[in-house]
Design a protein around this ligand. Structure first.
Ligand SMILES: Nc1nc2c(c(=O)[nH]1)N[C@H]1C(S)=C(S)[C@@H](COP(=O)(O)OP(=O)(O)OC[C@H]3O[C@@H](n4cnc5c(=O)[nH]c(N)nc54)[C@H](O)[C@@H]3O)O[C@H]1N2
Ligand SMILES: Nc1nc2c(c(=O)[nH]1)N[C@H]1C(S)=C(S)[C@@H](COP(=O)(O)OP(=O)(O)OC[C@H]3O[C@@H](n4cnc5c(=O)[nH]c(N)nc54)[C@H](O)[C@@H]3O)O[C@H]1N2
Ligand code: SF4
Ligand SMILES: [Mo]
Length: 721
């Protein structure tokens, strides 16, 4: 993707049409794909958006958008949209039904299952792609209204590791940064992150940095981001923990520690120093495939920078030891005093538009608003706030996603409600998962499109409105609440998820519990109340109108802050006072043993399979992006595998040949793309093609339960099957 295309795609036929010139008014909304959270200006005629342009005044994107954003309206028009509820007939066909039949059936079937097997037998799987108000409604309805015990979201596939790491290290799930930090850093370290593809507008912010920063990329592939770096540590996959401990070791050896910060604001430095003493650059060099000199150079670049920032994404989170890797990153920022100042931080970049909303408000493994189900005091506070009986609040958190999947296998879960996620494509080792879906007695899928891989297994499909067709807030990567607006009518009888939840509450017979939950902004006020005196306090926000007027607002923004400064400053970071959220006020330096990967390449399966984002124009399981003609032109239609030229030669494959890629769990045929961006012995397949998770190995980080999607052994041959 060229910069020209990113910044001015309109000129290349993306986005704004001549119609948009004829708009009678404009309004802005936050983009509904990635967690960058760009502001888009919508051109509206007679109440319907007819075109869009990136918003120049929005503090996130400053007038830029990527092709997905430019094409955000186009994908709403598709024929693949779910327009009516569909119910599976006894003969297996899906039949269009009324909302009344759909909701009566939903209620009857789930209640029957609960009556027969217990409340635990119905679960839900949700998402980081609905607004906070819907997220909270779903979690509250399911758990406090319907008596469901277990629900989790696709953010388990994505952010769980960062959440766990932050909570244990800093005392709260608290990404500290603001995007201005991209511009103010002297040394930016990207670990397992490829923002040129995954977060292109964040990368544009890096390019605005006037300090000629050192850019260090830690990635086994020579990605677009790695190509733009000044130091590429092209490590062996899953050797991050050893590498980061070696960097820590060298920071200590070279006396690049900020002892004032360490003594005042952290706990555990001595244990950390003792632990990393064995991880000298010399010892880990071979294991990581990085020279001693390069390890030392990276450490010194970080240690000597006035302001160093460390950024991580899925190359870290999606690892069987991801929590400890994330904490090794946090440790480095802490011991070098790179916290709370401009251009610093240990910064997890979020993935989906509202992944952070899901972290705070989904009511799954944590009680609504990051309270604890296990705490009587927390349950009381939430119950009082919501005006419900405390006995309706379970005293334990949900099973995590992988445990719900195991629950289905063991026959403990018989009913599943899937909202705005497509696990039959995206869950690790999906072949197994699809079989499990068919073991369910009742599967409900609530989605904008009714032909998703998961919807194909459903007994009932509920048609949902999507981004642009409803109202609410998303929280982007830098903790900014941004507004989503209704600028289009949803097709057919599709309803906003919010309306669907309201209707389900009524059909279930718990409408009274949600009498205050009349519209998204009313729920936003409930969320504000719940946040009071918490690290994520947003009581200072003066409703949606203020969010709209000042380019979104980052949490926290308390009433007291609002009295001092309203509107708030547009770029605010956490921890400028050095006080963390643990009771001691100090951050914890956490270390652990380094583990080998469970399925390394061997004689029979000689390649390691990496997976991840392919192009800027593809979004996840492609239910949305495949509906834009323009986007379709910008990515390969056929699934492909990237393979090193020498490896290709050794198996007699040339660019464009169809090859068979086989793991111990599955076998797929894909086109070979011969490229030196992958190292020898490693191959890469983008996650956007549904077959990729036929191959992946279901293994998880024990602390966060996040799937380790980027390491399993495969063989490749010219013989297709
Ligand atoms: N265009 C586009 N943008 C997206 C998305 C999309 O689908 N399409 N999805 C969004 C979402 S939900 C997310 S979570 C983000 C993900 O954004 P990223 O995390 O940046 O994307 P990935 O490609 O999954 O993984 C990043 C890198 O991790 C590397 N990696 C693999 N194994 C290792 C390892 O052992 N160590 C290290 N250090 N690196 C490793 C991979 O080579 C890859 O380049 O993108 C968001 N943005
Ligand atoms: N091998 C491999 N697998 C991976 C990854 C990887 O790197 N490698 N990455 C993982 C990561 S980080 C992620 S986040 C997941 C993503 O995996 P999924 O969540 O399964 O992917 P999406 O395609 O985003 O699915 C979202 C669904 O919600 C629907 N939808 C969108 N908006 C709305 C709405 O407002 N309401 C409703 N009801 N529906 C809506 C869309 O049509 C779509 O079907 O994939 C994971 N899977
Ligand atoms: S970078 Fe992300 S938020 Fe911005 S336009 Fe692209 S998809 Fe939307
Ligand atoms: Mo993600």
């Amino acid at each position: 993707m060229t910069r020209e295309l990113l910044l001015h795609p309109g000129r290349h036929g993306l986005g704004m049409t001549p119609d948009a010139m004829q708009a009678d008014s404009t309004t802005t909304a936050t983009c509904g794909y990635c967690a960058t959270g760009c502001g888009l200006r919508l051109h509206v005629r007679e109440g319907e958006a007819i075109g869009l342009t990136p918003e120049t005044d929005y503090p996130v994107n400053l007038g830029m958008a990527c092709p997905k954003g430019w094409e955000a309206l186009e994908v709403l028009n598709s024929e693949n949209r779910a327009t009516h509820p569909l119910l599976r007939e006894p003969d297996g066909r899906m039949q269009q039904v009324t909302w009344d039949t759909a909701l009566t059936t939903f209620t009857k079937r789930f209640k029957e299952i609960q009556a027969k097997y217990g409340n635990e037998s119905v679960a839900f799987l949700s998402t980081g792609q609905i607004v906070c108000e819907e997220m909270a409604f779903l979690g509250a309805l399911a758990k406090f209204g319907m008596g469901i015990l277990h629900g989790d979201g696709n953010t388990r596939q994505c952010m769980a590791t960062a959440v766990t790491a932050y909570k244990q290290s800093l005392g709260f799930d608290s990404p500290p940064y603001t995007y201005e930090d991209f511009e103010q850093s002297d040394c930016l370290v990207f670990i397992g992150a490829n923002p040129c593809i995954g977060h292109p507008i964040m990368w544009e912010r890096v390019l605005r940095n006037q300090k000629s920063p050192e850019i260090i990329v830690v990635d086994p592939r020579r990605t677009e981001t790695a190509m733009a770096s000044s130091q590429h540590l092209q490590l062996r996959p899953k050797s991050d923990l050893a590498l980061l401990y070696a960097i820590t070791n060298h920071l200590i050896a070279a006396n690049l520690i900020d002892y004032d910060f360490v003594n005042a604001n952290t706990e555990g430095f001595e244990e950390l120093a003792a632990h990393v003493s064995e991880f000298t650059p010399e010892v880990v060099s071979d294991r990581c495939g990085i020279s001693v000199l390069d390890i030392r150079r990276a450490a010194e670049s970080i240690g000597r920078a006035d302001a160093a920032s460390l950024w991580w994404t899925m190359g870290v989170n999606q690892s069987y030891e991801g929590t400890r890797v994330a904490q090794a990153i946090i440790n480095i920022a802490l011991i070098t005093g790179n916290f709370g100042r401009p251009g610093t931080g240990a910064n997890s970049i979020t993935g989906q538009c509202n992944a952070m909303g899901s972290r705070l408000w989904s009511n799954t493994t944590n009680l609504l608003g990051h309270y604890r189900f296990e705490s009587d005091q927390d349950r009381d506070r939430v119950a009082n706030n919501l005006g419900i009986d405390v006995d309706r609040i379970p005293n334990q958190g949900s099973w995590a996603y992988d445990e719900i999947v195991e629950g289905i296998r063991q026959g403990k879960i018989k009913g599943l409600w899937v909202i705005a996620t497509n696990p039959a494509h995206s869950w690790i080792h999906r072949g197994d998962f699809r079989e499990l879906l068919d073991q369910l007695e009742f599967l409900v899928v609530q989605d904008m499109y009714d032909q998703t891989e998961t919807a194909k297994h459903a007994d009932l499909v509920l048609p949902a409105a999507g981004w642009g067709e409803k109202v609410g807030t998303f929280i982007n990567s830098e903790r900014r609440y941004g507004l989503v607006k209704k600028v289009r009518k949803a097709p057919g009888e599709a309803l906003a998820d919010f309306q669907i939840f309201r209707a389900i509450a009524a059909y279930w017979g718990v409408g009274d519990l949600f009498s205050e939950w009349t519209e998204p902004e009313a729920v936003f006020r409930i969320l504000q109340r719940l946040s009071e005196h918490r690290p994520n306090d947003i009581t200072g926000i003066d409703g949606y109108a203020q969010l709209d007027a000042c380019g979104g607002i980052q949490w926290p923004y308390t009433k007291a802050e609002a009295e001092e400064q309203s509107p708030p400053r547009q770029q605010r970071r956490l921890f400028s006072d050095g006080i963390f959220f643990h009771e001691s006020g100090k951050a914890k330096l956490i270390v652990d043993q380094v583990f080998p990967m469970p399925e390394p390449p061997d004689e029979n399966y000689p390649f390691l399979l990496l997976t991840g984002r392919g192009t800027v124009s593809q979004w996840h399981t492609q239910t949305r992006t495949e509906n834009s003609k323009v986007l379709r032109k910008l990515y390969p239609q056929q699934p492909y595998v990237e393979i090193h030229p020498r490896d290709a030669q050794s198996i007699g494959v040339v660019n464009g040949d169809v090859v068979n890629v086989r793991s111990r769990r599955g076998s797929i045929n894909v086109t070979s793309m011969v490229t030196p961006t992958v190292q020898r012995g490693q191959v890469f397949i983008p996650m956007h093609y549904r077959i990729v998770n036929e191959l992946t190995l279901a293994h998880f980080d024990p602390h966060s339960h996040q799937p380790s999607y980027k390491d399993c052994a495969v063989q490749i041959s010219r013989e297709t099957s």
